[in-house]
Design a protein around this ligand. Sequence first.
Ligand code: FMN
Length: 553
Amino acid sequence: MHQLFTPYELSGTSLANRVVMAPMTRTRTLENNPDALTALYYAQRASAGLIVTEGLPVSDEGRGYLYTPGIHSDIQGQGWRQVTDAVHAKGGKIFAQLWHVGRMSHVSIQPGNMAPVGPSDVAAENTTVYAWIEPGKAGPVLPSVPRALTVDEIARVTADFVHAAKVAIDAGFDGIEIMAANGFLFDQFLSSAVNTRTDQYGGSIANRQRFLLDTIDAVSAAIGSGKVGVRISPFGRLYDMRAYADEAQVWSSVAQALDTRKLAYVHLNYQPTITAAQVPPGFGAQFRQAYRGTVIGAGGFTQELARSELEKGDLDLIAFGMPFISNPDLVERMQNNWPLADSDRSTYYGASGAPSQGYTDYPAYGAAAGANMLNGINVAALQQFAQGVAGHPDKGEARFNVKTRWQHQTRSVATVSHYVLGGEKHARHFEIASDEPHELLGQNTAPNPQELLMAALNACLSVGYAANAAAMGITVHSLEIETDGKLDLRGFLGLDENVNPGYDEVSYVVRLHTDASRERVEALHQAVTKTSVNLANFSKAIRMLPTLEIIEA
Ligand SMILES: Cc1cc2nc3c(=O)[nH]c(=O)nc-3n(C[C@H](O)[C@H](O)[C@H](O)COP(=O)(O)O)c2cc1C
């Protein structure tokens, strides 16, 4: 099993695997209170080693987007308790992301319609927040010009984080993540382009990182540093964050400062991907050297990239964002190489209409369409079998055996008497005859070996399409596979040593009638092409181990 799927000790929290569900704002809570739907959404994704919730405003001032659930009131704490219980009941672990948006907000959703707060009055341009365009009409609006927090207010915001962290721990969260990424409050303080203060929170790097570090220390003192993670987005450009002079030094200074604090982890969000152009080459390795605790990486990861980055050693855990939206069972899908479902961007955000749409209605692989039987395949049994094999690979070891007796002329009969699965022998009895046509000196009583070979390929592909389609929730109305191969019999006849006796190439056409979209059918086709046993037997060299036994007369 790849280390991506092996357990990890996260400063006292045991994770079942190294896959993290990245924090994702989903704006599904009309009253800013988490509810049963929130609990269902996170519980569906509980096979992630760790879930980090969407950003949770630590106060109403900290909110920049309508319908984002907070974590400061009693009612919110009770709502989150439902969520943590549901996730824990499924063996998952969950951290709450504590969020203050700073300047990324709008007067229409700020308490008393005041200006949003930030390090200075530098507004974010060329971007939007989600607020009231006009009374009763929600939509994207330009963030309002912020006002600078006073020194007393900075201390109050730190206290808001401490309060929210306590609410989170009381609500059963395994820990909290301080959101210092993506151009929100702490990121704004770190940037000399946004932070133009001249007091102890502006100017030098030590001053600009003071607010973040003081808040981390205050929260750590309240709940324990081992329950505190921090998310940063080095060289991030989201939400009008621009390059600034001492940017590289900021991230190395932050790495060193965090290193001394014995936190649960640092979560690096690379925008938009780990290979983002603006991140200097070698940054990951440098960060690893400076910060010796657990590092989570996020941003554009595929399973392949996740595996190779873990092997490289600069990251300990890998966070996946968008793939978790449409694949609640992302871990199982990656483990079994099942195809991933695409997510619908138009439902990433939104509380109006049906909040469950694009939120809790993405099925797990195999449970697709809620059907247990599809194409005659018992989907639940298939999934159960696959999960059993994933947990115990020896259960998936199959041995097949065929005994063939020559009868006369070109005719032979093969007998199948048993097969072995997971070390257990299962008896069965079938006979398969083979013969050659008259032209090839036979009696034409049965298909010839070349035809049987193709029949074996087609039969295997048919199983593949029917089963994978069932698991993906695709109904197959009809399926026909036609295979064609050309042989040069000079090889068999021994007339020319340079002629391959076997097929040089085989073409096949799959005729599939379904109602599924072209993309889904192509995903199905790819899944079958990747996993078909006999397609692999056809296309990859097999080590043959012949033994000749001469029976004495
Ligand atoms: C719909 C959506 C909402 C997001 N909300 C948050 C958030 O609340 N907090 C945060 O730190 N990152 C947020 N992100 C960023 C993700 O955590 C993640 O870093 C990003 O999507 C890149 O990872 P991916 O390529 O695997 O999706 C959000 C991303 C998406 C797509």
